[in-house]
Design a binder for this molecule. Structure first.
Ligand code: BGC
Length: 586
């Protein structure tokens, strides 16, 4: 693979930012965020360095699962604005070189969807087999439900025909029947529609359930959907034909074995990106233990993937902090460290908390966490408000705790809306993480803020191609609290070192005799360092300290990195995105 592919494989060096339109910015003060409000905030995203906006579901919906229960795949929830308002957001983003992906939620519909209304009406309705029905009473499936505090079976009895329908999520979200070729065609049509409108791809909701991969065996056998990978491959090919650069980013909360299958194995050709749930969960265990071991262990097991695909790295998303891939004992350690009170724990597998309060707002630990996020190999993804260290409202039900209004300013509503707090789509956070103390306006003015720190990380991540494109290697060294890794690309390497502990650490990295006498440059502003005898680099890290060091062979051993242009006009940015030269700047 050549760097000239970088313009096509834009997702490999993207910075993803997830927004719930409903809680981001309310332009007409009706209490609900909207597309017009989001359009006003695209400059904010561009300034932060975001290159890919992920929109959570914005379709018409009874809103019983925050929009993940859809009644029309081709429309826009009128509370959020019109299709025209959405297109304005697409245009504003594209103008600034930001791609936009939509949440593709096609594992299920709402029970209010016209297809389901037809399907349930009689056993011989033409939409009957758009869903999965059974006539005989189902066995106990309580261990297969996803929201197991709220549901106890994945089958729901429907009085109209006396049969049961399948729903892996809520009972009001009947699963579509993927074994039915008509349903698969409908999905392609939905994808085609949004691509035609200008979307650059999709975040695919609930991939294991959608494709019945890696979940409950008995259901897999029952469904008769025999070639999920063939279908995914077909979809990918279809998208390539319709819009060559479009991307499929999968939500796959499974171990690497299954993730690899969903990339399409060593040939690729299925999902282009997958959220790295195993790595995310290991980061929390490592932070809880103040020991780098869990992260190193997971990275050692992360499989090689085809060059065109990429992991999406993240610390938080819009759901509960899922810790289901950890052992029970490990999960208990993370619960004890970051959410010991029952009110924070949910579904026996996760925490309904945001990162900043989990770390008690400690700037040193927060910086460590985000330094890690942006330096681990993969495409970093942020959930709105992370960049300012927003908190949660644990009194809100389940996953709503972390879906509170964006905090733009210090007013009680955080500048999200002028509507009284009691009339907002969701109440603003109260207390020390509320808008008075945590908001964009103050963060932008404070040079030492988390916002400005993350902005700088993004700038460096985008400026140097090694982290996004490079080959990855763990650097062995004896201090257990420290993670040292190197990403190398095109004659340069980025060395990142992270100390997970409150105590300082000194490490010696063996970089290879060929580097003896060379200088590494500290990209986060510290002094450069000379590499000593035999290629040894000795570093001292403060409590929760970290370093990003760059070693470039092009400086004649002097570590001189040619200066690069780092800010572009929107026009230039777009031109660079299509010229094939974007990332090759050194
Ligand atoms: C989403 C959830 C949603 C569920 C059902 C997911 O995994 O991330 O927010 O409730 O799918 O659509």
């Amino acid at each position: 693979m050549r760097i000239s592919d970088s313009a096509d494989l834009w997702w490999k060096s993207a910075v993803i930012y997830c927004v719930d339109v409903e809680t981001f910015m309310d332009s007409d003060d009706d209490g609900v965020g909207d597309f017009a409000g989001l359009a006003q905030r695209i400059d904010y995203l561009a300034d932060l360095g975001v290159t890919c906006l992920w929109l959570m579901p914005f379709y018409p919906s009874p809103n019983r699962d925050d929009g993940y229960d859809i009644t029309d795949f081709y429309g826009v929830d009128p509370r959020l604005g019109s299709l025209g308002d959405l297109v304005e957001v697409l245009r504003a983003c594209h103008h600034r070189g930001i791609r936009v992906i939509a949440d593709l939620v096609v594992n299920h519909t709402s029970t209010e969807h016209p297809w389901f209304k037809e399907s349930r009406s009689s056993v011989d309705n033409r939409f009957r087999d758009y869903y999965v029905w059974r006539a005989d009473p189902p066995p106990d499936t309580s261990d297969a439900v996803v929201f197991h505090e709220e549901e106890d079976s994945i089958w729901n009895h429907d009085p109209i025909t006396g049969h049961w329908y399948l729903h892996r999520f809520y009972a009001h979200q009947p699963d579509l029947n993927m074994a039915n070729p008509k349903v698969r065609d409908e999905i392609a049509k939905i994808i085609g529609f949004w691509l035609e409108l200008g979307f650059d791809g999709f975040r695919v909701d609930a991939v294991p359930q959608l494709l019945t991969v890696g979940i409950h065996d008995t259901i897999e056998n029952e469904l008769g959907f025999t070639d999920p990978h063939g279908f995914l491959r077909e979809l990918r090919t279809f998208m390539g034909r319709r819009r060559g650069h479009s991307v499929l980013l999968g939500e796959v909360d499974l171990m690497y074995r299954h993730q690899l299958e969903l990339f399409g194995g060593s040939d690729g050709g299925e999902l282009d990106m997958i959220f790295d749930f195993p790595l995310m969960q290991s980061c929390y265990l490592a932070m809880a233990r103040e020991d780098a071991g869990p992260v190193a262990g997971v990275l050692k097991n992360r499989p090689e993937v085809p060059a065109a695909v990429q992991w999406a790295t993240f610390l938080r998303n819009h759901d509960e902090l899922a810790l289901d891939l950890l052992t029970e004992a490990e999960r208990a350690e993370v619960f004890a460290a970051f959410g010991p009170q029952k009110k924070f724990q949910v579904y026996n597998r996760g925490l309904k908390r945001r990162l900043a309060p989990m770390l008690d707002g400690d700037p040193a630990r927060l910086r460590l966490a985000y330094s890690l996020l942006f330096s681990l190999p993969g495409t970093p993804s942020l959930y709105y408000g992370e960049e300012i260290g927003m908190g949660e409202d644990a009194s809100l039900g389940y996953r709503m705790a972390v879906r509170t209004p964006m905090q733009w300013g210090s007013a009680p509503n955080g500048g999200f809306s002028a509507r009284p707090a009691s009339e907002l789509a969701r109440p603003p956070v109260k207390g020390s993480f509320g808008p008075r103390h945590v908001n964009v306006s103050a963060a932008k003015r404070d040079p030492a803020s988390l916002f400005n720190f993350i902005r700088e990380l993004i700038r460096i991540y985008r400026e140097y191609p090694e982290m996004a494109w490079g080959s990855f290697e763990l650097l062995e060294q004896p201090v257990p609290n420290v993670l040292a890794h190197r990403c190398s690309w095109d004659g340069a390497s980025m060395i990142a070192v992270h100390n997970f502990a409150a105590k300082p650490a000194t490490v010696t990295l063996k970089l290879g005799a060929e580097h003896e006498g060379a200088t590494v440059r500290d990209l986060l502003g510290g002094p450069g360092r000379d590499i000593g005898d035999g290629g040894a680099l000795r570093l001292r890290l403060g409590p929760y300290g970290f370093r990003w060091l760059r070693l470039a062979s092009d400086g004649g051993g002097q570590g001189v990195v040619p200066e690069v242009q780092t800010t572009y006009s929107a026009k230039e940015a777009e031109a660079r995105n299509t010229s094939g030269k974007k990332d090759k700047q050194t």
